[in-house]
Design a protein around this ligand. Structure first.
Ligand code: 6R9
Length: 645
C-alpha cells in the first residue's frame, strides 16, 4: 500500500476554528491564558497579572501572586461531582493484576501519605526524591508532595546508584522514597538496595535524613533502622484528610533531571500555576479528551511524559488515568492490546520505539483483541517514521483513530507542536502545527534570523512565553540562560532542527546539540564520555549516535586506550558496564570501538561529523578529510566498524 501524504479525518470547520483560536492565542497571550486559568483552575486567591517578564532575561512568571494547590486541582475539586469515578486505574506486571482508586479513595490515600510525610518532618520547599517503580504510590507520592508544598524530584527507576546519588546531592534532598523491589516483565529489580548504594556514597552522606520504603514484592532488602521507614504502614495509621498548603503560582512544583549537551544533568524546574494549566490544556486539546475517558499513557512516571500525562494532565481534567507497570512484550507482544480491550481504553499514548518493536511481530497480536474503544493514538519522544505511523494508524487504529504526533520536551512542560484529533489533517512523520499559545518559528542557525515562508529548513525556536515553560535550572540560572535563552536572544531554543514543508507543517529533524535520543531516552554524549574516560584504560572517548531500526538511535563509543592497555572482548564488556553503572542500563552502548587514535583537526578537535558517518555506514559521503591531522585514521576506523557491526 502506498503511504498517503495527508490523512484527513477532520472537519474543515474545526481546522478553521483551530487557526482562528491559534492566531488569537498568539496575538494576545495574556487574555487567552488569563481566561483559561480562571475557567480551568481553582484559585484560593486570584492573580494580579497574567504574565510578567521575558525570555530575554529569563524572568518569565505566570499568574503573578495567584494562590493555588496542584493536588487540590487534580483531586479534591473532583470529589463532589466525580467522587465515585475511577481516578487511577493500575495494571501490574501480571495481566489482570489490577487496582483502582476512585477520586474519593485517591484523595484519602494521598492525604494519608501527606500526613505521614509531615509526621516525619517533611516541610514546604523540601526536595523529595522519588525512586519508585510504576506502582500507584508513585502518583500518590507526587500528589502528596504537591499537597504539602514539597518539591518532588522523580528519578526513573532504570537509573543507576551513581546517577541517583548525583541527583540527590545536586538537589540536597533530605527525603527519598523507594520500594523494596520493582517488578517488570517478570523480573525483580532491587530498588531499595540500589538506593542504599546511592545514599551511602560520599556525596550523599549527611544529605539524606530518611528513606521512605513502600512494599511492592515483599522481597528482602537491606535495612537501616535509623534511616529507613516502613512507609505503607505509617501511612495506614494516618488521618485520611490533610489540608492543602497554599502555594504561590510561581512556587516550585517539581524538578526533573534531564540530559544536556554538556556537563551534568540539569534540574529542570516547573512551577505550580503555569505548569498545571499547561498540562491540563494540552492533555485536553491534543487528545480531544471527553468526560469519562480512560486515558492510557504507558510511559514511565519518571520521565516528563509520565508527569504531565499520567499524573497531572489527566487528573486535572478529571478523567481516569491508566498506569502500567509492565512492558509491551510481557507475557507476549499482545499485552498493550489486551489492556486496551480489558480496560476499554479510549486514548493510548506511547513512543515510536515501542510501536516499531511491536510492528516487527506483525498484525496478529493487535488483530486478536477488541480495540474498538480506541479513539486517539498518541506518540512522543522522537520523530515517528512514516511506516510505523501507518502501522499504528491502520492496524491498531483500524483507520478510525487519529494519530497525534506530539513534539515537546521536559523543559516545555507539555506539548508544543502536535496535530489535534479531528481538527488537523495528519501527515505521517510530521508533528504538524503549533499548539495554542505557541508561536513556533524556524531560524537560520548561523544568523539567528527568522526564515519566512514554506519549504525551508533551520532550527526550531519559540517566540513568546507559554505557561508551561521551565523557569530555571535548579541552583544554576546561568546555565538556564545559556542553554535556552542566549543562543537566539528573544527566543526559547529547544535544541532541535526542523523543516517547514510546503503546507507550513513542521518536521523535527533531530537534536542539533550533543544529545542522543535512544528509545526516546535523552542521553548526553558528554555523560557517556565521562563514564568511559573514568575507566583507567580509556584516555579519550567520542560518543555519537547512529541510526538504529528499533531504538531510533544507537550509541557508538570510539575509545582510545591508555598506554599499556590492550583491546579485548573483556575490556569491551567492562566499558559497556562502566556506562551502565554510571547512568543506567538504558544507556548501554551498542558499539564500542577501541582505536589507537581519533580523527582530529589540526587544532585538536575531534571530528564528530566523520565519526557519525562512519558509524552510520555512510562512508562514501565523508566529505573533506584533508584538514585532519592524520587522515589515515579514517580508513582504519571504517574497517574496524565494519567488522564490529
Ligand atoms: C517529551 C520528551 C525531548 C526531545 C526533543 C526532541 C525529541 C520528543 C518528539 C521528538 C520528534 C516528536 N522529541 N517528541 N522529536 N517528534 N514527537 O520526549 O521529552 O525526554 O525531554 O526529550 O525528544 O528531540 O527535544 P524529553
Amino acid at each position: 500500500m502506498v503511504l498517503k501524504e495527508v490523512y484527513n479525518p477532520h472537519t474543515e470547520s474545526a481546522f478553521d476554528q483551530y487557526k482562528t483560536e491559534h492566531a488569537s492565542s498568539i496575538a494576545d497571550p495574556e487574555s487567552y491564558w488569563g481566561q483559561k486559568a480562571l475557567e480551568n483552575l481553582d484559585w484560593f486567591s486570584p492573580f494580579d497579572a497574567v504574565l510578567q517578564g521575558s525570555f530575554t532575561d529569563g524572568s518569565v512568571a505566570w499568574f503573578v501572586n495567584g494562590k493555588m494547590n496542584a493536588c487540590y486541582n487534580a483531586v479534591d475539586r473532583h470529589v463532589d461531582t466525580k467522587g465515585s469515578q475511577v481516578a487511577l486505574l493500575w495494571e501490574g506486571d501480571e495481566p489482570g493484576d489490577t487496582k483502582s482508586y476512585t477520586y474519593t479513595q485517591l484523595l484519602a490515600r494521598v492525604c494519608q501519605i501527606a500526613n505521614a510525610m509531615k509526621a516525619e518532618g517533611v516541610k514546604k520547599g523540601d526536595v523529595v526524591t522519588v525512586y519508585l517503580p510504576m506502582m500507584p504510590e508513585v502518583t500518590m507520592v507526587m500528589l502528596a508532595c504537591a499537597r504539602i508544598g514539597a518539591v518532588h524530584s522523580v528519578i526513573f527507576a532504570g537509573f543507576s546508584a551513581d546517577a541517583i546519588a548525583e541527583r540527590i546531592a545536586a538537589s540536597q534532598s533530605k527525603w527519598v522514597f523507594t520500594s523494596d523491589e520493582g517488578l517488570r516483565g517478570g523480573k525483580r529489580l532491587p530498588l531499595k538496595n540500589i538506593c542504599d548504594n546511592a545514599m551511602n556514597k560520599e556525596i550523599c552522606i549527611n544529605v539524606v535524613s530518611k528513606c521512605f520504603v513502600f512494599e511492592r514484592t515483599g522481597g528482602k532488602c537491606n535495612w537501616s533502622d535509623s534511616r529507613d521507614v516502613k512507609f505503607g504502614a505509617l501511612a495506614d495509621s494516618q488521618r485520611p484528610y490533610c489540608p492543602c498548603e497554599t502555594m504561590d503560582s510561581e512556587d516550585n512544583l517539581f524538578i526533573l533531571y534531564t540530559s544536556g549537551s554538556t556537563g551534568r544533568p540539569k534540574g529542570v524546574v516547573h512551577t505550580v500555576g503555569g505548569y498545571c494549566l499547561y498540562a491540563m490544556e494540552t492533555c485536553k486539546n491534543s487528545f480531544g479528551l471527553k468526560d469519562g475517558d480512560v486515558f492510557a499513557c504507558v510511559a514511565d512516571a519518571g520521565w516528563i511524559t509520565g508527569h504531565s500525562y499520567i499524573v497531572y494532565g489527566p487528573l486535572l481534567n478529571g478523567v481516569t488515568s491508566f498506569m502500567f507497570e509492565s512492558t509491551p512484550m510481557y507475557p507476549d507482544e499482545g499485552r498493550y492490546w489486551d489492556c486496551v480491550e480489558r480496560h476499554k481504553i479510549n486514548v493510548f499514548y506511547t513512543a515510536p520505539t515501542a510501536i516499531r518493536s511491536l510492528m516487527r511481530f506483525g498484525d496478529t497480536a493487535p488483530n486478536k483483541y477488541d480495540l474498538s474503544s480506541l479513539r486517539v493514538l498518541g506518540t512522543v519522544g522522537e520523530p515517528i517514521n512514516p511506516e510505523a505511523w501507518r502501522w499504528y494508524y491502520e492496524v491498531v487504529g483500524r483507520e478510525k483513530c487519529s494519530v497525534v504526533d506530539t513534539y515537546w520536551q521536559t523543559e516545555t512542560g507539555g506539548h508544543v507542536i502536535t496535530n489535534y484529533p479531528g481538527v488537523t489533517p495528519m501527515k505521517p512523520g510530521s508533528c504538524t502545527l503549533p499548539c495554542f499559545g505557541i508561536e513556533a518559528v524556524v531560524l537560520d542557525s548561523q544568523t539567528g534570523k527568522e526564515i519566512e515562508g514554506n519549504d525551508v529548513e533551520g532550527v526550531l525556536a519559540i517566540k513568546q512565553p507559554w505557561p508551561g515553560v521551565t523557569r530555571t535550572c535548579l541552583g544554576d540560572h546561568e546555565r538556564y540562560l545559556n542553554v535556552y535563552m542566549k543562543p537566539y536572544p528573544g527566543y526559547y531554543f529547544p535544541g532541535d532542527g526542523c523543516r517547514r514543508d510546503k503546507d507550513g507543517y513542521i518536521w523535527i529533524t533531530g537534536r542539533v546539540d550533543d544529545v542522543l535520543n535512544v528509545s526516546g531516552h535523552r542521553i548526553g554524549t558528554a555523560e557517556v564520555e565521562s563514564a568511559l574516560v573514568a575507566h583507567p584504560s580509556v584516555s579519550q572517548a567520542a560518543v555519537i549516535g547512529f541510526p538504529h531500526d528499533i531504538k531510533g538511535q544507537g550509541i557508538c563509543c570510539y575509545c582510545t586506550l591508555t598506554y599499556g592497555h590492550e583491546e579485548s572482548e573483556d575490556l569491551v564488556k567492562e566499558l559497556r558496564n562502566a556506562v551502565r553503572v554510571a547512568i543506567g542500563p538504558f544507556a548501554t552502548p551498542d558499539l564500542i570501538v577501541p582505536t589507537p587514535s581519533l580523527p582530529m583537526t589540526r587544532s585538536g578537535k575531534i571530528m564528530r561529523r566523520i565519526l557519525r558517518k562512519i558509524a552510520a555506514g555512510e562512508t562514501d559521503t565523508l566529505g573533506d578529510v584533508g584538514t585532519l591531522g592524520d587522515p589515515s585514521v579514517v580508513q582504519k576506523l571504517i574497517d574496524k566498524v565494519e567488522t564490529l557491526q
